[in-house]
Design a protein. Structure first.
Length: 523
């Protein structure tokens, strides 16, 4: 399958042609987004506040470290066991958010689909952290108190040993002469021992004071310990309308975007001719006009079309132009007495309108043209020639026995002996693969009716070959329901379009070397 190059303008035209499909895809995306918002509503949130100990002159609290401790596997893993089913640590990271609004406050936010679960998770995380912090403080205090008691025991043992030495030295000095060498030596030793005793006594007093301070601090109050100052708040959630609206709009845009991309990619691979120039190039003829079709599906519908078709101003002018351009040039140039009478339209004596099988919009051009010509006072005969099953209902409407003509001036079938047809229109429907039209082209002109996007250039070329084999050529093309985004005319050949000078897109200024006299003066 051949691929067609698409520029931005062509892509926009494709999306415009598929506007209903693109909008339908957007609506489906909107429904999917709203459904997603309903099945996954906003999660409930609960908040618990934890108060940290006040910093002391010697010690400060690193709140960032405490936040990291709360987010650790030990704390969150333990808290995840508080709900049923239990939530593992990895999933808890998606449900819990911890922050520190101040240096002494830790805020624990927990989210869950159910409000009760959110509240339970928030409380469990806060309780787990408080328990951990208190255990850590208790462990530190116990270790410090144990060290102080051991220090006290050691100092008391040293004092006892020193006291024994002092007593022994004092007893020995009492039995020695004061001026003797031994007496002097024991006196010096006694002085040193008493100095040591005083120093150790001071150390022992300090250790006893520390022990008393720590013991009273641990037993008197727990105000300085980590604690929960705000229990888990009542579960709350944001407005459900905003996420529903947001997801719905995103789904709508995503659906339209995907549909537009799909339409453009499909159009790039679509070999069917849609533009007037493409259709004209395929058959080697020019486009004479474009009209709106009123294709019917039943015999009654076609009969009603023949009886009451009323072309609008735009279609009426297009039909006039088509009929006039099918008149041979020499006939149009020769003056006639009644050539320009009021309301008269030039037209050929006979005309064959050929369309491809399955192109119902193009099939309606013939009956509409016949009914329009009759409304202008042109006695018109409508005949059916080559056809297939796709035109069976129209053929049945044209061959049905009727007591009167569909409308004044329009004869379907053979003309009665007392009447003369000014215009004979023959309808022919050709097969797409093997078109055969030899006996259907016994008319003065041959007109091709085709609607955009219904035939490939190969099918149109095969139809042109069949017309050529019948000894005729296609005098013009009528486009049924032309694409509103088609900016081509189909009235120029490839060679003529190649010789055309491209129109300027933007005036960028006047050349400085251009003589002033040659510039446009605006007059």
């Amino acid at each position: 399958m051949s691929e067609q190059a698409l520029d931005l303008r062509s892509a926009i035209a494709v999306v415009r042609r598929r506007a209903r499909f693109v909008v339908a895809a957007g609506i489906v995306g909107l429904g999917a987004g709203v459904a997603l918002g309903v099945t996954h509503p906003p999660q409930m949130r609960s908040t618990t506040l934890v108060l940290l100990p006040a910093p002391t002159p010697n010690e400060s609290v690193d709140v960032a470290t405490q936040v990291r401790i709360v987010m650790s596997a030990d704390i969150l893993g333990k808290a995840g066991q508080a709900v049923h089913p239990a939530i593992p640590y990895v999933s808890m990271l998606d449900h819990v958010m911890v922050s520190a609004p101040t240096d002494q406050i830790i805020e624990v936010d927990a989210t869950a689909t159910k409000g009760r679960d959110a509240q339970t998770l928030s409380e469990a995380v806060a309780d787990a952290y408080v328990s951990y912090a208190r255990q850590a403080d208790t462990a530190v205090s116990s270790a410090a108190l144990q060290d102080l008691n051991q220090r006290k025991t050691d100092l008391e043992a040293q004092l006892t040993s020193l006291q024994s030495e002092i007593q022994a030295t004092t007893s020995r000095r009492d039995h020695e002469a004061v001026d003797s060498a031994d007496g002097k030596k024991d006196a010096q030793l006694l002085a040193q021992l008493r100095g040591f005793q005083a120093d150790i006594s001071l150390q022992l007093d300090k250790v006893k004071g520390d022990i008393a301070t720590r013991t009273s601090s641990a037993d008197s109050s727990t105000n300085d310990q980590t604690s929960v100052v705000q229990a888990a708040t009542a579960p709350r959630s944001g407005s459900i309308w905003f996420p529903l609206t947001l997801r719905g709009m995103l789904g709508f845009l995503a659906g339209m975007l995907l549909a537009a991309v799909w339409a453009v990619m499909r159009a790039r691979r679509d070999p069917r001719a849609r533009l007037r120039d493409e259709i004209a190039d395929a058959v080697g003829s020019t486009v004479l006009g474009g009209v709106r079709s009123r294709a019917q599906k039943s015999v009654a519908g076609w009969a009603t079309l023949l009886e009451s078709y009323d072309a609008g101003p735009v279609d009426a002018w297009a039909y006039r132009q088509v009929l006039r351009q099918l008149v041979p040039a020499q006939d149009r140039s020769q003056p006639r007495k009644d050539a320009r009478q009021l309301g008269r339209v030039d037209h050929p004596r006979s005309l064959t309108i050929v369309s491809l099988a399955g192109d119902q919009r193009a099939l309606a051009v013939g009956p509409q043209l016949a009914s329009f010509a009759a409304s202008l006072g042109i006695t018109t005969r409508l005949l059916t020639a080559a056809g297939n099953a796709s035109a069976a209902s129209l053929w049945a409407a044209c061959t049905a026995d009727r007591e009167s003509d569909p409308r004044p001036g329009l004869v379907v079938g053979e003309v009665r002996p007392e009447e003369v047809a000014d215009l004979t229109i023959v309808l022919a429907v050709a097969d797409r693969e093997k078109p055969q039209l030899g006996y259907a082209l016994h008319t003065a002109s041959t007109l091709l009716a085709v609607s955009p996007g219904t035939a490939t250039q190969d099918e149109l070329a095969r139809l042109a070959v069949a017309v050529d084999d019948a000894g005729r050529f296609i005098d013009g093309i009528v486009i049924a329901d032309p694409d509103s985004s088609d900016r081509t005319s189909g009235r120029h050949s490839l060679e003529e379009r190649a010789r055309q000078v491209a129109l300027p897109m933007r005036l960028t200024g006047v050349r400085q070397d251009e003589p002033a006299s040659s510039r446009w003066t605006g007059r």
